[in-house]
Design a protein around this ligand. Structure first.
Ligand SMILES: NC(=O)c1ccc[n+]([C@@H]2O[C@H](COP(=O)([O-])OP(=O)(O)OC[C@H]3O[C@@H](n4cnc5c(N)ncnc54)[C@H](O)[C@@H]3O)[C@@H](O)[C@H]2O)c1
Length: 255
């Protein structure tokens, strides 16, 4: 049985990596998927792939760091599909700078907070407004293992993801009696463009890639589907008593 038949699901950051995998997985399970991203051309490719497989999807361009664009994402979705059953907020950035706090360029530090934390806040705020009107829904925010512990030389990313976890836990309590659940996922190294072309440029540095894999308990990177599978489960009826959870998807890193 398809778990999300005719459910309306918004995925931000859906043009790549974990978001792309989540969008395709929801569509395969019968959902009407709103593929949203700042990257229009890559987002449209994801929509084409979903439609070519006989499923339903639509692209809406949105920079989550811009309040008006997030509002437009939510309003357009509701205009076209009438409601929002599930939202998975994957959009995020990981800066390429490695630096201790006092030397980290201020503009770059603040930009990660603007996108990862304030952008996620805009998404959650407007998603909640709609879910309250319609009587329920599920939200998953893709945070990070850097939202659970500090990450040296990457303080702004870690601060933004700790902020996301605080937002998720607080909102989960606020809306627990409103038929709205909200959870976070906290992955470690997942093989996506963000990490392969990120601070350590693993795609072009075989030694660093080997070392990154060896650093993992399972001696391998996680795959996007190993995160999106959990996101779908958190949006499904199978997780109906789980809210406010910041779940590590980490191959045992925090065991
Ligand atoms: N890959 C990992 O190892 C890892 C680990 C922990 C957490 N995460 C988190 O997972 C999420 C997805 O990352 P990914 O690894 O799939 O990366 P990715 O770079 O493959 O995908 C991120 C997507 O977000 C989009 N995006 C970036 N800024 C945006 C903005 N302002 N508005 C809208 N869209 C924007 C990008 O265009 C891209 O399509 C991120 O929030 C990231 O912090 C990733």
């Amino acid at each position: 049985m398809r778990r999300f038949e005719n459910k309306v699901c918004i995925i931000t950051g859906a043009a790549s990596g974990i978001g792309r995998s989540t969008a395709i997985a929801f569509a395969t399970e019968g959902a009407k998927v709103i593929v949203s991203d700042i990257n229009e051309s890559a987002g449209i490719l994801v929509v084409d792939e979903i439609k070519n497989n006989g499923h339903e999807a639509m692209f809406i361009k949105c920079n989550i760091g811009e309040r008006s664009e997030v509002l437009n994402l939510i309003e357009t979705t509701v205009k076209v599909f009438g409601r929002i059953d599930n939202a998975v907020n994957c959009a995020g950035i990981a800066g390429k700078i490695s630096s201790p706090v006092h030397e980290y360029p201020e503009e770059a530090w603040l930009n990660q907070i603007q996108i990862n934390l304030i952008g996620t806040y805009y998404c959650v705020k407007f998603q909640l407004e709609q879910m309250l009107k319609q009587g329920g829904g599920n939200i998953v925010c893709v945070s990070s293992a850097a939202g659970l512990v500090g990450q040296p030389d990457n303080s702004s990313y870690a601060a933004s993801k700790h902020g996301v976890n605080g937002l998720v836990k607080s909102a989960a309590i606020e809306y627990a009696t409103k038929n709205i659940r909200i959870n976070a996922l906290c992955p470690t190294a997942i093989e996506t463009p963000m990490i392969m072309h990120g601070r350590r440029n693993l795609a072009e540095n075989p030694e660093a890639l080997e070392s990154a894999k060896n650093h993992q308990r399972m001696k391998r990177m996680g795959q996007p589907s190993e995160v999106s599978d959990v996101a779908l489960w958190l949006c499904s009826a199978q997780s109906s008593f789980i809210t406010g959870h910041c779940m590590a998807v980490d191959g045992g890193a925090f065991a």
